[in-house]
Design a protein around this ligand. Structure first.
Ligand SMILES: Nc1ncnc2c1ncn2[C@@H]1O[C@H](COP(=O)(O)OP(=O)(O)OP(=O)(O)O)[C@@H](O)[C@H]1O
Ligand SMILES: [Mg+2]
Length: 361
């Protein structure tokens, strides 16, 4: 079989047009420069789209069309499209809140009955924090721990989709009762509000909502509460470190250089406020062929390991770019739950075990 030309993939992606608020467009995927990576490995194609700070309103349709178009190119057996972003929390920044923080800075207090709180963070959006959070939480649980998962991404909650839950939590004695799926205690702002309605969160409300989800929820007893953070360094991060003692942060990064620069920012933020870095996890690191099971280093695997060494923190492990991770995430059956004995679940388990040794649980 002849080699698939990159140009053929680019040509196939012509004419797919992301649209933005008020039906605005910046041209098709090619014209708008959204394609950051096209990798061809035999008959497998991996494509990364990056829309910067402006997520298209038809993002899902764009991804599906791109996968369909690339799959239709002669010789392509499978095309996987992943979206990356530089989504930033609106109107919030650690810097901008400094004076207010200095005035009010509360002392962090533990959540009753919760032994460890771990933040899963990254500098950049779309690198797989939410996917990592839910699968790590499940892996901890498999080791026999009592585990909770807080989706602190109030700007783009993804936990309801990741675990396939669309329920409202109950209140008992003015305390919110976490929902439950796969044996995990769960809370997300997505369970409280209608996610289809755009919510403009401003500084004080962001802090209020974050605080409420930490302090007004019946979390205990838990060995570990995993917190899925929004991207970047804003009010949610600030509220977290002010309100509760964090046992540490796991930094998620793709091997691409740009994401690593952002990972460094995320890392620096936690270091600045004396939160231990538990390590860097490399996500979407290799392309694992869904057919033959062979791996290939499509994104220059190893970037996160080098950065971890450079920055003097642990490298936790690498999760491959694999369609099953995205598909199981989209359908509410995370891979550690739906394929518990598979190789990918095995890697999450190893990472959970490493973290447990560090945390002494
Ligand atoms: N290892 C992987 N292989 C394939 N797809 C992945 C992998 N990790 C994440 N994805 C997919 O990439 C997309 C982004 O992942 P996810 O939502 O977990 O990122 P995030 O960092 O939480 O994003 P945000 O910053 O928007 O909160 C999702 O569609 C997810 O299913
Ligand atoms: Mg997320």
């Amino acid at each position: 079989m002849s080699k698939i030309a990159k140009q053929a993939i680019y040509d196939a992606l012509k004419g797919i047009i992301p649209t933005y608020a008020n039906n605005a467009t910046k041209g098709d995927l090619i014209a708008s420069g959204a394609i950051t990576t096209v990798v061809i490995d035999g008959s497998q194609v991996g494509i990364v789209l990056d829309f910067g700070a402006d997520t298209p309103t038809n993002a899902d349709a764009v991804r599906k069309s791109a996968e369909k178009a690339a799959s239709a190119v002669a010789g392509v057996a499978n095309a996987s499209v992943v979206m990356s972003a530089t989504r930033k929390a609106p109107n919030t920044s650690l810097q901008g809140n400094k004076p207010q923080a200095a005035k009010a800075a509360p002392t962090p207090t533990a959540i009753p009955g919760v032994k460890h709180i771990i933040a899963v963070a990254s500098g950049k959006g779309g690198v797989g924090k939410s996917t990592t959070s839910v699968n790590l939480a499940l892996a901890f649980q498999k080791q026999g721990l009592k585990v909770g998962l807080l989706d602190a991404d109030i700007f783009g909650p993804s936990l309801p989709m990741l675990v396939g839950l669309n329920e409202k939590p109950e209140m008992k004695d003015k305390v919110i009762q976490p929902l439950s799926a796969y044996g995990l205690k769960l809370m997300s702002v997505g369970f409280l509000i209608d996610v289809d309605q755009p919510v403009i969160w401003r500084g004080p409300r962001v802090m209020g909502a974050t605080q409420q989800m930490l302090k007004d929820v019946a979390w205990g007893p838990l060995d570990v509460l995993v917190v899925d953070m929004p991207p970047g360094t804003g009010d949610v991060q600030l509220t977290m470190v002010q309100q509760v003692p964090l046992s540490g942060a796991v930094i998620v990064s793709t091997p691409q250089d740009l994401a690593l620069i952002d990972a460094r920012k995320g890392l620096a933020m936690f270091r600045q406020v004396n939160v231990p870095i538990l390590g860097i996890l490399e996500n979407m690191s290799q392309f694992l062929c869904p057919h033959c099971g062979e791996t290939s280093d499509i994104f220059g695997h190893g970037g996160a390991a080098d950065t971890a060494a450079d920055l003097g923190c642990d490298f936790l492990g690498a999760i491959p770019l694999h369609m099953s991770i995205r598909e199981t995430g989209d359908t509410g059956a995370p891979i550690v739950a739906s394929d518990p004995n598979g190789a990918i679940a095995g890697t999450y388990n190893e990472i959970a075990e490493t973290l447990m040794k560090t945390l002494l649980v």
